[in-house]
Write a protein that binds this ligand. Structure first.
Ligand SMILES: [Cu+2]
Length: 167
């Protein structure tokens, strides 16, 4: 029952922010939501000519219902995808997170290397230190949020050339 309520609620909010919503016609929008908190948003510098960059952050859902990160936009890139890194047959691959990244009520999900991440595709210029990348996150079940990815330098140790990974 609770599940049904939260689903209806999420749909109602999604409708409020989506341009088109034809499947559900909510009679009222819930207004008693807590907040979704973003901390430590960061990215890596990219070498010139690299078409893709990454985005990491910690998302905490302080509401009483699941929210989903369903998309993101940045003026820095033509497209942003939500990816997860998985091991398949000893090969590391990235794949889109189907249906968006769910953050259960009261939980925290980390976007971090080797795990969930934003994939900034079709970069229009390299990501460089000292120039934070503004990103607007789109949620189902919560309003859009603006963050700035801080550019953290390569640390030499466990870096990986993302662009060579298989998608
Ligand atoms: Cu990726």
């Amino acid at each position: 029952m609770k599940r049904l309520n939260s689903l209806a609620c999420a749909s109602a909010l999604a409708c409020a922010f989506a341009l088109a919503c034809s499947t559900l016609a909510p009679t009222a929008l819930a207004s008693n939501h807590g907040t979704v908190g973003i901390s430590d948003p960061w990215t890596r510098p990219t070498p010139p000519g690299t078409p893709m960059g990454v985005g990491y952050m910690v998302i905490s859902n302080h509401t009483h219902q699941e929210v989903r990160l369903v998309g993101a936009q940045t003026p820095k890139a033509g497209h942003v995808s939500i990816h997860e890194t998985v091991m398949k047959d000893d090969v590391m691959r990235m794949q889109p997170v189907k249906g968006g990244l769910a953050i259960p009520a009261g939980e925290t999900v980390k976007l971090k290397p080797m795990s969930y991440h934003l994939m900034l595709e079709q970069l229009n210029s390299p990501i460089v230190e000292g120039e934070p990348v503004p990103v607007t996150l789109e949620f189902e079940g919560a309003g859009p949020m603006d963050v700035e990815l801080q550019v953290q330098p390569m640390d030499g140790g466990m870096t990986m050339d993302h662009s060579k990974m298989e998608h």
